[in-house]
Design a protein around this ligand. Structure first.
Ligand code: LER
Ligand code: MN
Length: 271
């Protein structure tokens, strides 16, 4: 059965970004549980900034699952990237992501590689960037294997990366890697910009989708835009997807309203 989740950002530098809840982990876990979400996805500044025991207690107290953990602060706060020209920066990016894989993997959740994939250009050819990305993903996907969790790779829209923008291109790319433990995070916001047809892209993805960012056409919460979520939910069911559909959307008009609209859309299309 497909599960619901909602994002909680713990990164002050990300203010203005597409996360539903912000900052207060105990209060936001309580709210997520009260609304009936199955799990939470967290976006930390680093692993040291999250009290693991407190988080574990919150999950069990509220009967919440840990859906996924983002690595984007590596780029946003520390300027790291898997495709940086500088080998030290690439190595630090790999270490940062490993620390997230350790934290999340110990609690059974996958780590997400979104903005940490970087981009080509500025003296780096596309071929070179993809070679560095592949070496990073192979190493990190293998690393995640020890926890029996996949590594989630998120294709982004053209304004955020020039590496892989569509699900189809990403499936073809992942099939060239040595490591098979890398799954796709399908973010409906990016897909709405890049795909010819969102539900067909899902139908053609084989078994590669491991997580979904659930959102509307305008990156507001599902229900506040003009995306047709019905064929999307049908396509996800058709391919046998049984992981998290996680709300990554702007907290508009505020976090609570965004969360409420998300869970009511989730219940309408996935229950
Ligand atoms: C960025 O646009 C995004 O969708 C995030 O999930 C990536 O870190
Ligand atoms: Mn996303």
């Amino acid at each position: 059965m497909i599960k619901s989740s909602v994002t909680i950002s713990l990164v002050p530098e990300a203010k203005g970004g597409p996360f539903v809840y912000w900052d207060d982990l105990p209060n936001n876990c309580a709210k997520a549980a009260e609304l009936g979400f199955d799990g939470v996805e967290i976006f930390p500044r680093s692993t040291e900034s999250v009290d693991k025991n407190q988080f574990q207690d919150l999950l069990s107290k509220h009967n919440l699952q840990f859906a996924a953990m983002g690595t984007g602060a590596g780029m946003l706060v520390h300027n790291l990237s898997l495709t940086s020209k500088d080998i030290n920066t690439r190595n630090k990016a790999t270490e940062f992501i490993k620390s997230i894989i350790d934290f999340a993997g110990n609690l059974g959740a996958p780590a997400i590689i979104g903005s940490m994939q970087g981009r080509h250009g500025n003296g780096t050819s596309k071929e070179q960037a993809i070679e560095w990305l592949s070496s990073g993903l192979n190493e990190l996907g293998e690393y995640a294997n020890q926890y029996k969790t996949p590594l989630l790779y998120e294709p982004l829209n053209r304004y955020e990366t020039n590496l892989f923008n569509t699900i189809g291109d990403t499936v073809r790319y992942l099939n060239t890697l040595d490591c098979e433990n890398i799954k796709i995070l399908a973010d409906l916001f990016h897909m709405n910009i890049e795909e010819k047809c969102i539900h067909q892209a899902i139908q053609n993805s084989g078994n590669k989708i491991g997580h979904v960012h659930f959102v509307d056409s305008n990156r507001h919460a599902a229900g506040f835009g003009h995306m047709n979520h019905k064929p999307i939910s049908e396509a996800l069911n058709e391919i046998g997807f049984d992981q998290f559909v996680s709300a990554e959307a702007f907290p508009l008009p505020n976090s609570d309203e965004a969360a409420k609209s998300t869970i009511s859309s989730f219940n309408k299309y996935f229950r």
